[in-house]
Design a binder for this molecule. Structure first.
Ligand code: PRT
Ligand code: ZN
Length: 284
């Protein structure tokens, strides 16, 4: 059985639950009062924790794996193995100044008082840039520190940036681009690794499916070679004869990012009745 920790409530909760459910894993109600929930159809137990505790629990082997923001993983500095970037929970850790404060690049930060709850990451950044600054550790509502006269700058998580704006602050340096990570205990035994691999297989099948579309079209048979050149599919496309003489049906898989471009080119190449359908699961 693999024990995986996810955030109990908060910004990563819903995406983490959706990821497991989309992988076909059923578990009991994920009500916030519940602290653990065994999966009914997969050897997995879900433990609901505060995100700050997840790296330590994973390091100590209290849980085998966890889904948590990279910002938290780096700040806690625990010994964990990174398995996968999850593609959700994106944010950045940035330095912000009062909107009217002068800023001429990183040297302008020298000697400033910076309020943050991310002391370790900020110290690493300052050290790398050979800067001395006065770090004030505070645990919440960091954005109001400059207006209270507590600090000259802040170092905090930024999502859309509207909280900074609302507090009269201006983002001047991005120190870290973060997203949710899947981390595991570095000494994961082989039987648990096997379960993790099964889980990853499902997660990848879903991710691949989301990034691709299945495309079907009809075209005059003499146009097929040209159309095939336009389709960078998984292997070569499927070509089937239509009941009408001289026409074929062609099926392929196209990457999400390029399918609009490909559609236009297919149309100019003589394709008709083009259908684009979502793919539910895709194993490559
Ligand atoms: O209770 P628990 O300790 O588990 O939760 P928490 O309150 O510590 O964390 P939570 O749920 O707020 O965030 C969990 C994780 O989501 C963070 O560790 C980040 O990895 C990620 N994340 C993504 C964010 C944001 N986006 C984000 N915008 N975490 C916090 N914010 C804050 C930001 O600091 C600002 O105060 O949200 C506010 C709004 O941001 P703007 O820039 O969109 O205005
Ligand atoms: Zn937290």
């Amino acid at each position: 059985m693999l024990r995986i920790a996810i955030q109990k409530s908060g910004r990563l909760f819903e995406d983490s639950v959706a990821l497991l459910r989309d992988a076909g894993i059923s578990f009991g109600s994920s009500h916030s009062r519940l602290l653990r929930s065994p999966a009914v159809n997969f050897p997995l137990e879900i433990i609901f924790l505060r995100d700050d505790d997840i790296p330590e629990y994973v390091e100590e082997g209290v849980v085998d794996a966890g889904i948590v923001g990279e910002n938290v993983v780096l700040e806690k500095g625990k010994q964990v193995r990174l398995v996968e970037r999850m593609g959700f929970g994106q944010c950045r850790l940035s330095i912000a100044l009062s909107k009217n404060a002068p800023y001429k690049g990183i040297p302008s930060l020298e000697g400033l008082r910076i309020a943050t709850s991310y002391v370790r990451i900020l110290e690493d950044f300052l050290k790398k840039n050979k800067l001395a600054a006065d770090i004030h550790e505070i645990s919440g509502a960091v954005e109001i520190a400059p207006s209270l006269g507590l600090s000259d700058a802040i170092f905090d998580i930024v999502g859309t940036g509207s909280t900074l704006l609302a507090n009269g602050l201006r983002e001047v340096e991005t120190v870290l681009e973060s997203e949710a990570l899947l981390i595991v205990n570095p000494a994961l035994p082989a039987d648990k690794q096997e379960i993790l691999d099964r889980l990853l297989f499902r997660i990848h099948a879903n991710r691949n499916a989301k990034g691709h579309r299945y495309i079907l079209m009809n075209a005059p048979s003499e146009r097929i070679p040209e159309i095939i050149r336009l389709l960078p599919g998984m292997k070569s496309p499927t070509v089937l004869p239509l009941a009408v003489e001289g026409w074929s049906s062609l099926h392929s898989v196209v990457r999400e990012e390029i399918f609009w471009d490909v559609l236009e080119q297919l149309k100019s190449a003589g394709a008709e009745g083009i259908l684009v359908v979502p793919i539910e699961r895709m194993i490559v």
